[in-house]
Ligand binder design. Structure first.
Ligand code: SAM
Ligand code: SF4
Length: 321
């Protein structure tokens, strides 16, 4: 969608100054829709708009509307930092947006601003409730839990979700990109997050949605909803991953931890026709061999250990989570 963002989350893009992708290199809505039209006959049913901050992209509801009319597309979701949701939730819903994830890592206003460097919790919460008012359902809250930063936010976030009917989705801190200078000690493992929740609210395992979702879901035994955990560091799910990604500048990427990606934009802006480009996409997807999370876990468990600096990765803001 875009690599631009109005926050600077410490675990994602903490740099105050960053060389944004030149606007001419960013895919147009027409180009994005063409890719989706080519991907739908190959089996793509669900689209997630992310970034950077997707709500910074002008006239986003127009894109949602166009995508919702593409035959075969059944579900359009959005991941956002929520800062502009207050104004846009209604228009997005009317345009055909089905689901939304809002990122909130802490319910403490000061800590929230510390993590996002520029965010205002109150404003994001207004956006969250505006999304509910607009009829978006389900609404999930994404929280990255980082050692020494917000482990003690796990229970308050769970309780907030249970009280207001939002689904909490905890994400292990991942070594995606390089700007965050990730270290393993900063990752709070799924097992520990589960223990914190389960000690207060007993849980039953449900498993992965559709068998291949990134999150493992758990039901509160008292019947008050569910909670999900994405554990790509401690419990890799490369074997069931079915997500292809399109970077803001038009690279087709088959793994969140890829070094580069495949230059789809060059094809879109060449004379290549739809059939040829569709076959190209299909060949890349069916030929993919990525299993970076599984390889990383093997390295972590090996005597040599894992050095995050050895592997270049595309920044999360270009790729989208
Ligand atoms: N700006 C939007 C937002 O923050 O929701 C969308 C893009 S953001 C890259 C998508 C998701 O990735 C967010 O939920 C964010 O918390 C998560 N994320 C970013 N960096 C991460 C990291 N190093 N480890 C785990 N999750 C991360
Ligand atoms: Fe921006 Fe989202 Fe990354 Fe935070 S996580 S810096 S809001 S793209």
């Amino acid at each position: 969608m875009t690599d631009r963002c109005n926050f600077r989350c410490t675990y994602c893009m903490p740099f105050d100054h960053y060389d944004w992708i030149n606007k001419r290199e960013i895919l147009t809505y027409e180009e994005i829709c063409r890719v989706v039209r080519l991907a739908a006959p190959l089996g793509v049913r669900k689209i997630r708009l992310t970034g950077g901050e997707p709500l910074l992209r002008r006239d986003l509801p127009d894109l949602v509307r166009q995508l919702s009319h593409i035959p075969g597309i059944e579900d359009i979701a959005l991941t956002t930092n929520g800062s502009r949701l207050g104004d846009m939730a209604g228009a997005l819903r009317s345009a055909g947006l089905n689901r939304i994830n809002v990122s909130i890592d802490s319910l403490d206003p000061e800590r929230f601003t510390h993590i996002t460097k520029r965010g205002d919790l109150d404003n994001v919460l207004k956006g969250l409730f505006a999304a509910r008012e607009a009829g978006l359902d389900p609404i999930k809250i994404n929280a990255v839990i980082e050692r020494g930063v917000n482990e003690d936010d796990v229970l308050p976030l769970v309780e907030f979700g249970r009280e207001h009917g939002f689904v909490m989705r905890f994400i292990e801190y991942m070594d995606v990109g390089t700007a965050n200078a990730w270290r393993l000690e900063r990752t709070v493992p799924k097992a520990e997050i589960l223990e914190r929740i389960g000690a207060r609210y007993p849980l039953d395992t449900l498993g992965r949605g559709d068998g291949n979702a990134p999150a493992v879901d758990f039901a509160f035994r008292d019947g008050k909803g569910t909670v999900g955990i994405v554990a790509s560091v401690t419990e890799p799910f490369c074997g069931t991953c079915s997500r292809g990604r399109l970077t803001a500048d038009g690279r087709f990427v088959t793994c969140l931890f890829s070094r580069t990606g495949h230059d789809l934009k060059a094809r879109l802006r060449s004379d290549a026709g739809d059939d040829e480009t569709g076959r190209w996409l299909e060949a890349i997807w069916t030929g993919r061999t990525d299993r970076f999370s599984a390889d990383r876990l093997n390295a972590i468990q090996s005597p040599d250990g894992y050095d995050p600096g050895e592997h270049d990765k595309i920044e999360m803001i270009t790729l989208g989570g």
